[in-house]
Write a protein that binds this ligand. Structure first.
Ligand code: GDP
Ligand code: ZN
Length: 450
């Protein structure tokens, strides 16, 4: 479909399919006034709720309800918009939509209203994405951070960074034509200060975006350890239900089992790995072991589980050595109920040792806290933004270029180039710089009527 705003008029049922107290048909485009005239008999007063009968071409009633008319440009899409709120039955909604189409509208594609809002500069790209995120939000925290992005907080922070970069670029361009020795030291100092202020603002924004992304994507955690240490039991304890089969026979968990739990609105994806033994008994177990390592390597954190009080084993040492470096891990000493030890936690940097019992639940709260902390969650998520992966990628590119700029402060041409690329990367977030295929991709994931 073409991405231009187009003069054609689109219509859709904006409320969910099925029966409901209220159903809304939304219409946007150049023919809205004609359509209002046809369905309602007259154009409603702008931005006022008007009680009206919705009628067929022959004048027969389809429904009666509230009509709302938003003249361009002060509407959701920036075009003339008509909203017809009727009774939310599927037949009523279908008839109303059919009537609008007969009067010259066509049925909208998913996300088309929001796409028009973007193309008509009512919202930027990051805001458009947050419309979908708000609708899809699975927790209060996720909804709040999407709402902040929709209100434009994220975009404003990006825009002010871009403005600071523009100012710095002008400063650099002004210096470019002069030989190095002619640059006023005060000028040089101001330039350095501007750059470091930008780097700080960027780092704060990246952090807020990364934390917001956690609410959306969550953390993947691999549970690893020898057979029978209690991996499946711990997963069941965390999930609070029997998702994995717990069995006392070594090596019976042949493949990993996944479960997603939600802690404070953060999705935590747990992977119970196959029993890890140096020598696999058979082909099935060998494949299970291979998958284990693949899962552990791509996880964001690892729970390495042994039994409380047991002597360190050779297999454990080799297992630990194979875990990817830099990935946060908690060494869980399970079954403290057997040795009558008490639950305790010690943390060293991002790694921790946690003593607990999957059977009694003793000490599991400490594990939950560690998971949350490792996921990047912090209490009272104010200031977080529901960032998407593409926002993080752009922010990271910007960060690398800013670091490069700092190395190039003595070479103005390179310095200016770094700033330009930084600006372009940030511009992709708000859609100031964007490719058509990216737009198509973003809006195609919307529901109809948005
Ligand atoms: P996995 O092979 O690592 O997945 O271990 P399982 O979860 O299948 O557990 C192996 C055995 O240890 C089962 O009999 C469990 O009931 C038992 N088990 C697991 N956790 C605990 C615990 O905290 N305390 C006690 N006493 N037994 C446990
Ligand atoms: Zn198991």
């Amino acid at each position: 479909a073409p991405l231009s705003a187009g003069a054609d008029t689109i219509a859709a049922v904006a409320t969910p399919a099925g029966r409901g107290g209220i159903g809304v048909v939304r219409v946007s485009g150049a023919r809205v006034r004609e359509i209002a005239g046809g369905v309602l008999g007259a154009l409603p007063e702008p931005r006022h709720a008007t009680l009206a009968d919705f009628r067929t071409a022959q004048g027969a009633p389809i429904d009666s309800g509230i009509a709302l008319f938003f003249p361009a440009p002060r509407s959701y899409t920036g075009e003339d918009v008509l909203e017809l709120q009727g009774h939310g039955g599927p037949v009523v909604m279908r008839e109303l939509l059919r009537r609008c189409v007969a009067l010259g509208a066509r049925v909208a594609e998913p996300g088309e209203f929001t796409r028009r809002a973007f193309l008509n500069d009512r919202i930027d790209l990051a805001q458009a994405e947050s419309v979908a995120d708000l609708i899809d939000a699975s927790s209060t925290e996720a909804a709040a951070s999407a709402a902040r992005s929709l209100a434009g907080e994220f975009s404003q922070r990006i825009t002010s960074l871009v403005a600071a970069l523009t100012e710095l670029r002008m400063h650099v361009e002004a210096c470019i034509d002069f030989p190095e020795e002619e640059i006023d030291p005060a000028d040089r100092k101001a330039l350095d200060e501007k750059l470091s202020a930008i780097r700080v603002a960027h780092a704060v924004l990246l952090d807020a975006a990364r934390q917001g992304a956690v609410l959306r994507e969550g953390l993947t955690v691999a549970l690893v350890g020898r057979p029978n240490v209690g991996k499946s039991s711990l997963l069941n304890r965390l999930a609070g239900e029997d998702v994995a089969i717990v069995t006392p026979i070594a090596g019976t968990t042949r493949d990993y089992v996944r479960a997603t739990i939600e802690l404070e609105g953060v999705p935590i994806h747990l992977i119970d790995t196959a029993g890890l033994r140096d020598a696999a008994a058979d082909e099935v177990e060998r494949i299970g072991i291979e998958r284990t390592w693949a899962a552990a390597a791509s996880a964001g954190a690892v729970l390495y589980i042994t039994e409380e009080g047991e002597q360190p084993r050779v297999e454990d040492a080799s297992l630990l050595a194979r875990l990817p470096a830099g990935i946060p891990k908690a060494h869980v000493f399970n079954k403290i109920d057997l040795s009558r030890s008490t639950a305790s936690t010690s943390a060293a940097g991002k790694d921790a040792e946690i003593h607990l019992s999957a059977k009694t639940g003793d000490g599991v709260a400490a594990l939950r806290s560690w998971l949350l902390e490792t996921a990047g969650w912090r209490p009272h998520g104010e200031g977080l933004f529901m960032a998407r992966e593409r926002h993080l990628v752009a922010l990271r590119v910007a960060g690398e270029r800013l670091a490069s700029a700092e190395r190039n402060t003595q070479a103005f041409e390179l310095f200016a180039e770094d700033l330009k690329i930084t600006q372009d990367a940030l511009g992709q977030i708000t859609g100031a710089v964007s490719a058509d295929d990216l737009l198509g991709e973003i809006f195609s994931r919307f529901c109809i009527g948005k």
